[in-house]
Design a protein around this ligand. Structure first.
Ligand code: ZN
Length: 257
């Protein structure tokens, strides 16, 4: 079984010159890719890519950076996009207190609205959390009860990961797992149950070691899988097998055509 990149922004304009080739070489190496949306227009592009490529799936939603752009009635527009069979989640949604591109109260309200939407549509959620652990856990517990989902590019503590897993969430690791100074993250990746772990690139960002400094591509998720395999003393094939099955279980998709 091949590795699955559960989070890549293939619609990013850094791929405008060679998107076709990036997708083709990535899909040769991978089981598949999920492209999350960051606002309404971008979600439409993500859905379009999923339509065009066999093993590309999409998620739709407003990223916390773009939370201020969500209009009244956008729930219905997002819901309409989820009519497409290859839209497998609401995301990415969440809180980002590092950049604060949208006011925090707006981020919180928009997150809550989209958790409600996910529940109505019976879809899992893809959560972005940067420097907002306390508030996001409070909102998830209050408004996200029973919703399955993933904390992408996980950056919390081991205790928080264990709590999330109890709530039914997965945690996803990307390029930072390969960084020499990521001791805390590597410790978490060693200890959480592998049945609750996903892998990702967050392309074009967060390029893994030893390729740091270059644009990231989905195929580099292999380096993240190798880092996790080494941390856990497993063959990389075993890590690929379990984490790809996890993607299938969480998002209700099948890579085995
Ligand atoms: Zn992202």
């Amino acid at each position: 079984m091949k590795v699955f990149d559960s989070h890549a922004h293939l619609d990013d304009n850094r791929y405008d010159a060679d998107r076709e080739e990036v997708l083709e070489r990535s899909l040769r190496e991978l089981a598949g890719v999920i492209n999350p949306g960051t606002d309404l227009a971008d979600s439409k592009v993500a859905v379009e890519l999923a339509r065009r490529y066999d093993r590309v799936w999409a998620a739709v939603g407003f990223h916390p950076h773009e939370a201020r752009l969500m209009q009244a009635g956008d729930e219905a527009r997002l819901a309409e996009l989820t009519g497409e069979q290859k839209v497998v989640a609401i995301g990415e949604i969440g809180l980002d207190y590092y950049y604060d591109h949208s006011p925090r109260d707006v981020q919180q309200a928009v997150l809550t609205r989209q958790l409600d939407l996910a529940r109505q549509l019976s879809l899992p959620v893809i959560i972005h959390d940067r420097d907002a652990h306390g508030d996001i856990m409070a909102i998830i517990k209050r408004e996200g009860k029973g919703l399955p989902g993933v904390f992408h590019c996980y950056s919390g503590s081991l205790e928080m990961a264990q709590e999330l897993i109890k709530l039914g969430f997965y945690v996803s690791f990307g390029g930072p797992l390969t960084f020499g100074n990521a001791v805390k993250l590597q410790e978490i990746a060693r200890k959480v149950p592998l049945e609750r772990v996903l892998l990702e690139t967050d392309s074009p960002y967060l390029t893994p070691h030893p390729l740091r400094g270059r644009r990231n591509e989905p195929m580099h998720v292999r380096l993240v899988a190798e880092a996790l395999a080494q941390l856990r003393g497993l063959p990389v094939e075993a890590v690929a097998e379990v984490t790809t099955r996890n993607v299938e279980a969480l998002f209700g998709l099948s890579v085995s055509q």
